[in-house]
Design a protein around this ligand. Structure first.
Ligand code: UDP
Ligand code: MG
Length: 304
């Protein structure tokens, strides 16, 4: 069985189009059983009523409805936790993730032996220029400072094996950044490339500020570099203050004395803030409580 997880937040306009397209795909893949798990993320429009109606008409349609808007990450998690398919896909309700690609993804897993087939856009056409610029900078920075690869242009749309989904669900951290988590759990991923598609109806739920906050979250979840940066800045200031101390022998002005003291103390403070931060980050990592490793295959039988 193939499970599809569809997070929906105010998607009453898109859902009818989505159902039409997904039905075409399910007809083409007659041999497979499907379940569609819609997660209503506290929509304020008629999304829930629509989902209820759909679920009455089609037994494959299931819905989970949140008590308020918890965000797409929460919706994806709830969806994944309720799937029972052997293959699981996450996709948007707005048809920005072309449903017919599921067939290709399925072949990638079944025939080519991948664990996951994802979608990656090559161009950001149709997106505001400023947003593209910040997105590019973001991917450059995060990939420099994080050990987990965050693939530029990768969408959340992907088909995964049950094994991979179970691994993803082992990560129960509160600040979820799925793009990082998908890559953190490992497994072999094949990337399909495509051009950006605009949503069929409705408007994007991501404001620039929301995206910015999300990117900060991802950096905190997947990198401790900002703390190291604090130590580096502190040490740099200390270095400068030593040069200033030497200068004090030649220029005995009061102004320079005060400046030297300030730079010296500032350097010490920032260095030790970074050190304290590193200890905090260790606590943070312990609290995330991620699995220490993920086994894909073994021939050792578990003694039970
Ligand atoms: N979404 C959600 N909760 C939110 C925001 C978005 O469930 O708080 C859903 C939304 O309904 C859509 C998907 O997440 O199915 C992607 O959102 P959107 O299309 O607005 O983002 P974009 O494609 O513009 O990045
Ligand atoms: Mg979209």
């Amino acid at each position: 069985m193939i499970s599809l997880v569809i997070p929906c937040y105010n998607e009453e306009e898109s859902i009818p189009y989505f159902i039409k397209e997904i039905n075409k795909v399910m007809d083409k893949m007659k041999k497979e059983k499907f379940e569609l798990i819609f997660v209503n993320d506290g929509s304020k429009d008629k999304t829930l009523e629509m989902l209820k109606k759909l679920s009455k008409e089609d037994k494959r349609v299931k819905y989970i409805s949140f008590s308020r808007n918890f965000g797409k990450e929460a919706a994806m998690l709830a969806g994944l936790e309720h799937t029972c398919g052997d293959y699981v896909a996450i996709m948007d309700a707005d048809l920005q993730d072309p449903p017919e690609l599921i067939i290709e993804m399925y072949n990638g897993i079944k025939e080519e032996g991948y664990d996951c087939v994802g979608l990656r856009r090559m161009t950001r056409r149709g997106e505001p220029k400023v947003r593209s610029f910040f997105a590019k900078c973001y991917y450059k920075i995060i990939n420099k400072i994080s050990n987990t690869e965050i693939v530029d242009g990768a969408r959340d749309f992907r088909l995964m094996t049950r094994q991979m989904v179970n691994s993803i669900l082992e990560l129960q951290e509160n600040n979820r950044y799925s793009k990082g988590i998908f890559s953190w759990v490992g497994y072999n991923t094949k990337w399909l490339e495509y051009k950006n598609v605009e949503r069929v109806a409705g408007v994007t739920k991501w404001s620039f500020f929301k995206l910015f906050a999300y990117s900060i979250e991802s950096i905190i979840a997947f990198s401790t570099f900002p703390l190291i940066l604090s130590i580096l800045v502190g040490l740099f200031l200390l270095f400068i203050s030593f040069i200033m101390i030497i200068m004090l022998f030649y220029f005995k002005t009061e102004f320079l004395q005060v400046c030297t003291l300030m730079v010296f103390l500032g350097g010490i403070q920032i260095t030790f803030l970074g050190v304290i931060g590193l200890y905090l980050s260790k606590i943070h990592i312990e609290l995330q409580n991620r699995p220490k490793y993920i086994i894909k295959e073994t021939n050792i039988k578990k003694a039970s």
